[in-house]
Design a protein around this ligand. Structure first.
Ligand code: 13P
Ligand code: SF4
Length: 430
């Protein structure tokens, strides 16, 4: 049963429906509504789901109202229209999907993967004239920068952003950089290592990737963060890591960096809320960003899973807080989680700390195991949730009619330095 169906059953008072991955409720009944109900809200809003209480910046892209024919079409009608359009377009279009997409969308994807694999896929699908990216905005921007100039990258719903990516913007990071440079200088030491190397998580705007490219920095994803940090430490005395404090802290801690050498930089406070001496002594300066999906996982949930399921293997995503990663058996990217489950002996039990659509799908794909989400409340990623088959049908039929809808383009001025940082990442071998 898909997460969408489970949410609908739960909101109708049928909690505990089979296949709901042990869920006892949802974080909001609004999840039972279709995403277009939130397109026309007067304020920028992430919509219902795990990041619904995060503040969306005023410049957050908005999605205009989806034409009525797609809003009112039945699931069967949308399915038929998507398949007909897909067949008509043939090889000229490729559909990429992130693991966190709803099943109703994933079923149409030509390739499903983690953010690193999807970036690679965008470099490899050169035959397609259009890449429809069922994921979030920063992933579509990256695909645009890594694909050929002739290819159009399409994000079916422009409101599919990422609240964590929005927690770091180019102005605040540039201001932080200026302060760090004034304090620490910019000249390399006797070993040729610069005072600070900027490292941005893939979950960031193209502008921040460009900033890294221009300032000797690099991009990382959750699947290569340790290798990328090693790359950065070879070239610098310390790292400025943004936007996800948890991925930065968890990765650097596993590499032996002491916590006292990882101050947090809060852009709303003078000196980031830390002090000059701490910054001088630092190895990794962590931006005050986080993922609201992964922040929901707790040590208490892990303790309960272990009490209820002796022998359970607990795997969490490294965007979870440090206390959760420390107590879990393993931490890794979405593809790491998938591979660990795939390689396990039949009859294994897994408690997984990542987005519910992926966990629920793994539970269905591996019936020989018991797989459940650590969080008993269904609360999907709000922004991944914004992609729905209705938008997919709309952009596909647009292409059939010769109209490229919702194209994501990054200007050359930003894309050129951003590609430098992305290519550095693609050259790093984990
Ligand atoms: P992955 O890189 O593991 O796919 O994660 C992307 C993401 O957005 C996790 O929240
Ligand atoms: Fe962003 Fe978190 Fe959603 Fe990933 S799960 S896209 S980090 S809000």
């Amino acid at each position: 049963m898909s997460v969408t169906t489970a949410i609908q059953l739960i909101t109708r008072g049928e909690a505990g429906a089979p296949g709901a991955a042990g869920a006892t409720g949802t974080c909001t009944p609004d999840l039972a509504q279709n995403p277009w109900a939130f397109d026309a809200l007067p304020l920028p809003d992430y919509g219902p789901g795990a990041s619904m209480f995060d503040t969306a910046p005023a410049a957050t892209p908005r999605q205009g109202e989806l034409p009525e024919e797609y809003r009112t079409a039945s699931a069967e009608d949308l399915d038929r229209r998507i398949r007909v359009a897909r067949d008509t377009l043939g090889e000229s279009v490729v559909i990429l999907g992130h693991f966190y997409q709803r099943d109703e969308v994933v079923q149409y994807a030509d390739f499903v993967g983690d953010s690193y694999q999807l970036a690679r896929a965008a470099t490899e699908r050169t035959a397609a004239e259009a890449i429809i990216f069922c994921g979030v905005h920063f992933m579509a921007e990256t695909a645009d920068m890594l694909s050929t100039p002739e290819q159009a990258v399409i994000l079916p719903n422009l409101a599919a952003g990422c609240s964590m990516a929005d927690m770091a913007d180019i102005d605040s990071v540039s201001e932080c950089w200026d302060q760090l440079t004034a304090l620490l200088g910019s000249a390399p030491d006797a070993d040729g290592r610069r005072p600070v190397i900027p490292v941005t998580y893939m979950n960031s705007s193209a502008a921040l990737k460009g900033f890294c490219g221009e300032n000797g920095g690099i991009v990382c994803t959750s699947s290569n963060a340790a290798a990328v940090l090693e790359w950065a430490f070879e070239r610098g005395q310390r790292v400025l890591f943004f936007p996800d404090q948890h991925l930065g802290r968890n990765t650097a801690k596993a590499m032996g960096v002491p916590l006292e050498q990882m101050p947090l930089w809060n852009p709303r406070k003078p000196w980031g809320g830390t002090d000059e001496q701490t910054l001088r002594d630092s190895r990794v300066i962590l931006w005050h960003g986080f993922c609201s999906v992964h922040r929901r996982f707790t040590v208490a949930q892990i303790e309960k899973a272990r009490a209820d399921h002796p022998g359970v293997r607990v795997i969490v995503h490294p965007e979870c807080p440090m206390a959760v990663v420390d107590v879990a058996d393993e931490a890794g990217s979405t593809d790491y989680i998938r591979k660990a489950i795939d390689a396990a002996a039949p009859g294994s039990t897994f408690a997984v700390g990542t987005e519910i659509n992926m966990v629920n799908r793994l539970a269905a794909q591996y019936p020989q195991h018991t797989i459940f989400c650590l969080d008993p409340v269904i609360c999907p990623c709000s922004t991944m949730y914004r992609i729905h088959p209705g938008y997919l049908a709309w952009v596909l039929e647009g292409l059939v009619e010769g109209r490229v809808l919702n194209r994501i383009t990054v200007s050359d001025a930003v894309a050129e330095p951003a590609r430098v940082a992305l290519n550095r990442m693609l050259a790093v071998r984990p």
